[in-house]
Design a protein around this ligand. Structure first.
Ligand code: SF4
Ligand code: SF4
Length: 401
């Protein structure tokens, strides 16, 4: 696609990157077929092709309106369009650039600004989130919040020569502490000790930066990334750990992009690239050989999060691990489509999110599974909020005796 970027962005790193991406798009529209928001809303401006056109216009200096921002806000950043696109258009990178430009050129209403600011301030603080969740749980069922978390169980003391760091995360510790503990137990049995890094003030190293970055507080998100790099760096630099393991695919896709997101920061560029290069989703670390052969004898539907299958392009691995453990996987239609969780999307676009969740649960429950497995805490909490079928992280199903 021919582009003439405006002076304000043409000679910047973002401008050069956006131009390269826009030139690849041939406007064929193949991506519309797999876009969840296009399927729900049926408006071309709520499809990848329509949004690419809106961003192109904005970057060329055309007037930007609240309507432009609305269509970008409605995008889940699920990146199903990237998986579909035959021309290799990196939509996820483009939308980061486009959103920043559109945000700077428009003004949200005071209520919306306050809501987004509150989310950006509160969610990345694990202790605050845990306290707010406990308060909310006292008022259940009047307030719709997740129930009390299951106990984490034992976390084996580090005893192996092989060690890996694991991300504590911002909301996962409060919602499901059992996930990282289960990962630690399974890896311990395979001869790998999993350790959580601490920040200087002894808090578990928390948010990956994805929440604030995707709320368009991009610099604040980068601050979270730098803080996490600082917490991890001593163990990485000394060679104490061989990898960083992420049990939430939403965080994993962000950490794997640190090298790109911090490449303009001379102080952190190299560290960020190193961190990204040793970051692995849990399903890249656990191999079928680590799992004892099939004793589970139960049915499971796997919901592959967008951040796993599209963002990290990891498909089929979790399914193979569950099958090795003896689970029978039920068929799931339209497995490429988002469940509507998408970080803070379920809070900011509740109607579209609820519609997508309803469709996803219908597909997941069609085969009457005993449980639903997922790989991301956001999807887990979102889906569990509307079904009585237990929703678990897949590692909890592997860990269970
Ligand atoms: S993003 Fe890819 S699939 Fe979509 S219109 Fe452009 S070239 Fe076609
Ligand atoms: S990221 Fe997802 S919601 Fe956004 S345009 Fe692409 S397919 Fe549609």
């Amino acid at each position: 696609m021919q582009t003439q970027l405006a002076d304000f962005i043409r000679d910047t790193p973002e401008g050069r990157e956006a131009e390269g991406i826009l030139r690849k798009c041939v406007h064929c529209g193949f991506c519309t077929a797999t876009c969840p928001t296009y399927q729900v809303l049926g408006d071309d401006l709520d499809s990848p092709r329509g949004r690419i056109y809106l961003m192109k216009r904005a970057l060329e200096g055309a007037p930007v309106t609240d309507k432009t921002r609305l269509h970008l806000d409605r995008c889940l950043t699920c990146r199903a369009c990237e998986t579909t696109c035959p021309s290799g258009v990196r939509y996820g990178r483009l939308v980061d650039i486009g959103r920043a430009v559109v945000e700077a050129k428009t003004q949200r209403g005071p209520l919306e600004r306050a809501r987004r600011a509150l989310l950006a301030w509160g969610l990345p603080r694990p202790r605050l989130f845990a306290a707010a969740l406990r308060l909310g749980q006292l008022a259940r069922p009047l307030i719709k919040v997740p129930p009390r978390a299951r106990p984490a169980g034992e976390w084996p003391a580090p005893r192996h020569r092989r060690k890996m760091l694991v991300l504590a995360g911002c909301v996962q510790g409060a919602l499901a502490p059992s996930i990282n503990a289960a990962a630690a137990r399974v890896l311990d049995r395979a001869g790998i000790s999993l350790i959580e890094a601490r920040t200087k003030d002894a808090k578990a190293a928390g948010c990956c930066g994805g929440i604030r970055f995707h709320l368009n507080y991009q610099e604040e998100g980068r601050d979270d990334m730098r803080a996490l790099i600082d917490a991890w760096w001593p163990a990485v630099e000394s060679g104490e750990v061989e990898a960083i393991v992420i049990t939430a695919s939403g965080c994993g896709v962000t950490v794997k992009e640190y090298g790109h997101l911090l490449e303009q920061d001379p102080q952190y560029r190299d560290k960020a690239a190193r961190i990204s290069s040793i970051t692995r989703d849990l399903c890249e670390v656990i191999t079928p050989e680590m799992i004892s052969e099939g004793s589970k004898q139960s049915t499971v539907a796997f919901q592959s999060p967008c951040t796993l299958q599209h963002g990290q392009q990891l498909r089929g691995r979790v399914e193979a691990l569950l099958a090795k453990a003896g689970y029978e996987l039920t068929a799931v239609d339209d497995a490429h489509l988002c469940c509507g969780s998408a970080g803070t999307y379920s809070l900011l676009q509740p109607a579209i999110s609820a519609e997508l969740r309803g469709r996803k649960l219908a597909a997941l429950e069609a085969g009457r599974p005993a449980a639903i497995a997922t790989a991301n805490i956001g999807c887990l909490a979102h889906l569990q909020g509307a079904t009585a079928t237990p929703v678990r992280h897949w590692i909890e199903l592997i860990d269970v005796k």
